[in-house]
Design a protein around this ligand. Structure first.
Ligand SMILES: [Zn+2]
Length: 119
């Protein structure tokens, strides 16, 4: 797995054991993962999850409207389509800009829905 120095953009085949960049001598805990293929694969997976969440939340909204549900949770669940749509567009934009790709952080691969549940 390739990594990229966050300071100067030096790309190494593996993380230096000292975490010090051989190019700019910058010590960093924030080395970026430089692997477009796995990044793109994960973003495509996020897009599928987002479509699923959008579908489920809209279906849920229809059920809530037609049954005039008094359950607050059901209405709140419908609001999930908002972050899902935002995330969908973000993922799409990232997938289209391969030339601007400069590596990513590990947590960029965590879907917002998973992170959201953690709060
Ligand atoms: Zn560097």
């Amino acid at each position: 797995m390739k990594v990229r120095c966050p300071g100067c953009g030096h790309i190494a085949n593996k993380l230096p054991p000292s975490l010090r960049c051989p190019d700019c001598d910058n010590f960093s805990h924030d080395w970026l993962i430089y692997d477009w293929e796995s990044f793109a694969l994960m973003k495509r997976r996020h897009i599928r999850y987002n479509f699923l969440i959008i579908g489920l939340s809209l279906l849920n909204l229809l059920v809530a409207i037609s049954s005039k549900s008094p359950a607050m949770f059901q209405w709140l669940f419908s609001l999930l389509f908002i972050p899902a749509i935002i995330s969908l567009f973000c993922c799409r934009r990232q997938l289209e800009s391969e030339s601007e790709y400069e590596g990513h952080k590990g947590r960029a691969l965590i879907h917002w829905f998973i992170g959201f549940r953690g709060f």
